[in-house]
Design a protein around this ligand. Structure first.
Ligand code: NAP
Length: 329
């Protein structure tokens, strides 16, 4: 259901709620908004070399920690189910990218790559974040095929293939430390590969992780290749001081060199945190612009889980519904 309003040049359709994104936050927001009779329109994004509709879970083979699935569920299957559930209650889906926004007027205006402009009373931004990768060809191949390369230890660390194996974590920040610590539950040994001789991570966390008997660090090393046909068998390391190369045998590589929130298309239309994530009022999904809400990893630089993204998607739909009601829209 859309509303019409008249402006010079004729009628234009105004959506009640447009949701930008297609991960767990977006589909959960859509399920709630659809069931509240808001007839949401989801702009799900187009496939690119870095991201595909469905978000980061599309690169995850087995999800073992999403409640309700006692057997592991394939990440793509989970996303297809969430989308189908949203569509069942009347969500409409547009396969396009939002490339620009104008939140200065009401209704708000979204520019898409191919479908022209969309007008909306309320907008939920759920565009997620993408893990930063090293950019190695074998990294991409083995990450996409579920071959032992991952950017999320909490998601993938417990998989049987990683049990009692040597696992590598790349990075020296808090993420690398928390990933390494998590992996000590499963691995025989966790080797942190860091490109410098000092960690970026907070001291207290780093000290705890480095004191773990299963953890050791390869200092001043970068990963220049990931070895293995169907599954990881090792990494090729290069010493950043001497240039010397060596091979380290391992069964898994966890890349923890940071994430980048997908906020570039906002071009300053919403207040962001210094690290680029959307700023929301604590305990809500309200952004700096009334009627625009943030949900999922694009507002979350901490938990980054499918279930937490789904939770804030629910919150965003409820916040949007309340905002529309309060403003008589
Ligand atoms: P981060 O702090 O930016 O650290 C990224 C790490 O990856 C750095 O050590 C960096 O090396 C390394 N790195 C970056 N690009 C690389 C490359 N191409 N090759 C090799 N190494 C590379 O990112 P983060 O650890 O994801 O943390 C992001 C934010 O979330 C931080 O504010 C952090 O405090 C927070 N966080 C907090 C917790 C917690 O439990 N409190 C957990 C996770 C994240 P250099 O050090 O040489 O630059």
């Amino acid at each position: 259901m859309t509303m019409s309003s008249t402006e010079a040049g004729g009628e234009r359709q105004v959506e009640k709620v447009v949701i930008i994104g297609s991960g767990p936050a977006a589909w959960t927001a859509a399920i709630y908004a659809a069931r509240a009779n808001l007839a949401p329109l989801v702009v799900e994004g187009l496939p690119s070399t870095e991201m595909i509709p469905g978000g980061q879970l599309m690169f995850t083979t087995e999800v073992e920690n999403f409640p309700g699935f006692p057997e592991p569920v394939d990440g793509q299957e989970l996303m297809h189910r969430m989308k189908a559930q949203a569509e069942r209650y009347g969500t409409r889906v547009l396969s396009d990218d939002v490339v620009g926004v104008d939140f200065s007027s009401q209704p708000k205006r979204l520019s898409t790559a191919y479908s022209g402009e969309i007008w909306a009373e309320a907008v939920i931004v759920a565009t997620g974040a993408r893990a930063n990768w090293l950019g190695l060809p074998n990294e991409t191949r083995l990450a996409r095929s579920g071959g032992g390369v991952s950017a999320c230890a909490v998601c993938d660390g417990a998989l049987p293939a990683f049990r009692n194996q040597v696992l590598v974590v790349v990075g020296g920040g808090d993420s690398a430390m928390t990933e390494a610590e998590h992996l000590t539950k499963y691995a025989s040994q966790v080797v942190i590969v860091h490109r410098r001789d000092r960690l970026r991570a907070s001291k207290i966390l780093a000290e705890r992780v480095l004191a773990h008997p299963k953890v050791r660090v390869e200092w001043n090393k970068v990963v220049v290749d990931i070895l293995g046909e169907d599954f990881v068998t090792g990494v090729r390391l290069k010493d950043t001081r001497t240039g010397e190369e060596s091979t380290l045998d391992c069964k898994g590589v966890f890349v923890a060199i940071g994430h980048t929130p997908n906020t570039a298309f906002l071009k300053g239309a919403l207040a962001l945190k210094p690290n680029g994530y959307i700023q929301v009022e604590p305990g809500t999904t309200r952004t700096s612009v009334p009627g625009v809400f943030g949900a999922g990893d694009v507002i979350d630089d901490r938990y980054r889980q499918a279930v937490t993204a789904a939770a804030t998607g629910c919150m965003a739909a409820l916040d949007a519904e309340q905002w529309l009601a309060e403003h008589g829209r």
